[in-house]
Design a protein around this ligand. Structure first.
Ligand code: PLP
Length: 243
């Protein structure tokens, strides 16, 4: 399978899931998570019409953003973010999906003010692990999410797009996505412009679309299997190109 064929197959899955849920497929976007894969693969998918790409490590994002300068694409940062690297991420123009604490929001707010254009962000929700323990993948506790969203929405250097979450591993994602959807509805009541929901990956995008996801984040189904299970902590080097 070529990258372009994978892209068509993933888009078909999204469209089918949207139709099955009685939703307009045009309301569900695709974020291609290119972590571990080389810039050449991003370039190839961009040439095939893919616009949004996600990374979860700062150095890898900065490296690919530099290599692909001038290619019409939008970066997204989906990994845990330290405050001392937040401004560098913001300067790539990336949408930050992992705002999970007030201090990080404040740092990104200052970066947005300094750039003269707001940083677009999602507030990440911790949906817990299979037994209800903290998922260790970042995210604010659901109880803290409304106040964090209020802070983001009130910051001149930020624009709140909505909520983001990763479903618990090794568990039915349906109940977790249902809790996420209820929280998103509550946030939207206070912040009508924060209408987006970033949820769903290669293995669970159908469940996420059924629960109202407007942006699914897909890596493996587009690029192939990564050498290690997806996680935020392993070190990795960009892999050989598909081409
Ligand atoms: C890696 C990653 C994805 C994509 O996961 P796949 O299972 O490869 O599709 C989505 N979201 C986040 C936050 C990730 O780190």
């Amino acid at each position: 399978m070529t990258l372009e064929q994978n892209l068509r197959a993933v888009r078909s899955r999204i469209d089918a899931a949207a139709s099955a849920a009685g939703r307009d497929p045009a309301d569900v976007g695709l974020l291609a998570v290119s972590k571990t894969w080389p810039a050449a693969d991003v370039r190839a998918l961009a040439a095939a019409g893919q616009h949004d790409f996600g990374e979860n490590r700062v150095q890898e994002l900065l490296g690919k953003a530099a290599q692909l300068d001038g290619v019409p694409l939008r970066w997204h940062f989906v990994g845990q973010l330290q405050r001392n690297k937040a401004a560098a991420v913001a300067r790539t123009g990336a949408v930050v999906h992992s705002v999970d604490r007030p201090a990080l929001a404040a740092t990104l707010d200052r970066a947005g003010e300094a750039m003269g254009r707001p940083v677009e962000v999602f507030v990440q929700v911790d949906l817990g692990g299979p037994e209800g323990e903290a998922a260790a993948r970042g995210g604010a506790a659901p109880a803290d999410v409304p106040a964090l969203c209020d802070a983001v929405a009130g910051a001149a250097g930020l624009r709140l797009r909505g909520l983001m979450a990763v479903a618990p591993r090794n568990a039915d994602p349906g109940p977790a996505f249902a809790r996420l959807a209820a929280l998103a509805e509550r946030v939207r009541a206070d912040h009508p412009d924060a209408a987006e929901l970033s949820a769903g990956m290669s293995g669970d995008l159908e469940a996420a679309v059924a629960a109202g996801a407007t942006l699914v984040r897909v890596g493996t189904a587009l690029f192939g299997a990564r050498p290690l299970p997806c996680g935020e902590f392993e070190e990795h080097q960009p892999r050989e190109s598909h081409e």
